[in-house]
Design a binder for this molecule. Sequence first.
Ligand code: NAP
Length: 490
Amino acid sequence: MVSRVIPVEPFDLVIFGGTGDLARRKILPALFRRFRAGQIRSDTRIIGAARREMDTAAWRNFVAEAISAHARDAEGDREEATAREGFVRMLDYVVLDASGETGWAQLAGLVGDGRVRAFYFSVAPRLFGALAERLHQHGMADGDSRIVVEKPFGRDLASAQELNRTLARHFHEGQIYRIDHYLGKETVQNLMAIRFGNMLFEPLWNSQYVDHIQITVAETVGVDGRADYYDRAGAMRDMMQNHLMQLLCLIAMEPPARFEPDPVRDEKLKVIRALDPVEPDNLVRGQYAAGDGMRGYRDHVGNPDSTTESFVALKAHISNWRWAGTPFYLRTGKRLRDRASEIAVVFKDTPHSIFDDDAGRHRNILTIRLQPNEGIELGVTIKEPGPGGMRLVDVPLDMTFAEALGPEEADFPDAYERLIMDVIRGNQTLFMRGDEVEAAWAWTDPAIATWDGGDGMAPAPIPYPSGSSGPRESLMLMRRDGREWREIRA
Ligand code: NAP
């Protein structure tokens, strides 16, 4: 299997917030890897913009260091040093204030006509409106321009609608790329290939054959470095409303007529609109406590009274013909046992067992692992080998990409690499449309309102030990239905 790199036409990319954490850790290393792979041509221009006083030479040094520290497999060998020299030659820097006049005329003079121009808003969301306005004022918001907007996209429905309206004043929907980097993950796209490229699964993909679906996004880190933001957001806003909802959409949607932006996004939107409101009994909020020499959440964010959740689990129902009767269990949290994210489709028991009870009963589970070791595994029941009579045992049909494709082929691009290249190619399939984001908030807001009446008096979430699977109540959410969460295991 040979992976193909199709070079893109030279383009101009402006990174607002070019000195920030996201630019340093993700955006710039991703661009470097695409350059080294031969996808980005050397007459492309990448322009960093921020208020910090520095010249282009200093920003080039900053970027070179970011690449050494954060580009995956940065080897430091001669070939890489040459690639890095070539890459930094494409870089320019402009001292610019998003909400003032500084730097805008200079930027307008740098970006060219007749090529794709992308503007990456890697700054605090309160600056998104000012950036859109200034780009328009300085003649950079025309049809060849695209803007890339980072999360969070609002903190509720009203603020997301306001932000959509603000951006729409100067950019039409086809120019706006709302990033959810989960959609750029290889396995997430493979989920669509597995579902819609094979005859095998789709006939079984409904409530008649699927007992339930569980989605887990577990992190071991705490709120490191993002305490202020996180304490105002919490797990429901930071993860559930976007990443987990997107995964839910892809697993539950109807086959789109074509693999194109609007047909795919139309189907995802229908899933969100078919979700029943979450009942308070089906929602568990947790907050990690101190223990094992680790600081607890409240200590971490410096707010001894914080009632923000660092963990949330819920049971969701989709009211449509395909899924009525099949529950979806979703959970995400920080400081959990392992860093492990997966979707598990748990099929029903066979209608009748022809084997003795001694043989045991097993269920087929299709597991889509997002991290670590991206891959897909199907648990199949077979006879235990040997002379011990008919005993059944589960064996995994394992499609770990690194094993199935070999390490080189499985060295696929990081989510940011793929998504930035999609922006340049003008492909919005893996980006959220404005109505999708609003529908997701319209579903999340009432759930949040069950604990947060807006008066700052939300009840405290349930404490859970660092390194655990979250609060016991989350386990009970499934046990009371006679089901179990899968173990959180890397
Ligand atoms: P950050 O480290 O605080 O960086 C912010 C950047 O914005 C800096 O380069 C800063 O440089 C620049 N900036 C601030 N005010 C400005 C102004 N008035 N005009 C021009 N530039 C200005 O933030 P970040 O972590 O990179 O996050 C950037 C965006 O990505 C945010 O929307 C965040 O929510 C989102 N995001 C970040 C992560 C992550 O892992 N970091 C993950 C997901 C989403 P100066 O101070 O020099 O101007």
